[in-house]
Design a protein around this ligand. Sequence first.
Ligand SMILES: C[S@@+](CC[C@H](N)C(=O)[O-])C[C@H]1O[C@@H](n2cnc3c(N)ncnc32)[C@H](O)[C@@H]1O
Length: 276
Amino acid sequence: MSDDVDPGAAERVARRPAGPDESARASRLWWERAADEYQAEHGGFLRDAGFVWGPEGLDEADAGLLGPPDRLRGARVLEIGCGAAQCSRWLRVQGVAEVVGIDVSHRQLQHARRIDEETGVRVPAVEADAQRLPFADASFDAVCSAYGGFPFVPDAAAALAEAARVLRPGGRLVFSVSHPLRWCFPDDPTERGLTAEHSYFDRRAYVEEDAAGRAVYVEHHRTVGDWVRAIAAAGLVLRDLVEPEWPAGHDRVWGGWSPLRGRLLPGTAVFCADRP
Ligand SMILES: C[S@@+](CC[C@H](N)C(=O)[O-])C[C@H]1O[C@@H](n2cnc3c(N)ncnc32)[C@H](O)[C@@H]1O
């Protein structure tokens, strides 16, 4: 690689296949670079010990998708793609007995450590890939993920099966992703983001490449039906699909999510599934 190539800097976009290792490596590269800015920009909205499922601000305190806090109190919970572990910390504050986070990005986990120290609410967090969880079978009562991991892996059914593996029978998985309908539209919070430009049925991955052609950001698209089939293939039973509405008075723009688009289009899909 020549000296003027900035490794990790996105130079172009491709729509092409990206395998499990390339996808995880791209996520790691991306978040090593993006974590500081992400936490500076969104940390206030996420709150150090807060659990929001996406840019609409759906709060687990109101939604209770993981189940009633009383039932979770003695539980062991895993958060996948935890970032700075804000959701995990909220669970700890609710009295959940044990919460563990995993994330592929070391820098995101350094932010988790920093907030642990600042708040005194500590969450053990491990650098790991959602596609290969370093935990024993049936070792968690619940697994959660707010936009962490699942949108960034090529084989959703395999990653969901991995989450199902570590869940005990009767345990619950809840995860949020960009709503699949968003795939059709430019990632733009303005009027331009209201005109469909891509096919909803185009499953090719969105890949940003650096000057050397290496993937530095990868996101995989699935339709709603693909997600439902992946959940079933993982041996889980889908209980709910929550599509949070944009709340009145919520003016915050987050990337392509805005009040303008939020009034017209779903932005987030939250899937709730149980291991039988
Ligand atoms: C949009 S952030 C969400 C983080 C956090 N849940 C939040 O709400 O701020 C996505 C996170 O997923 C992590 N991630 C991406 N691919 C992953 C993978 N294969 N395994 C584990 N974490 C992954 C990223 O490092 C990043 O921290």
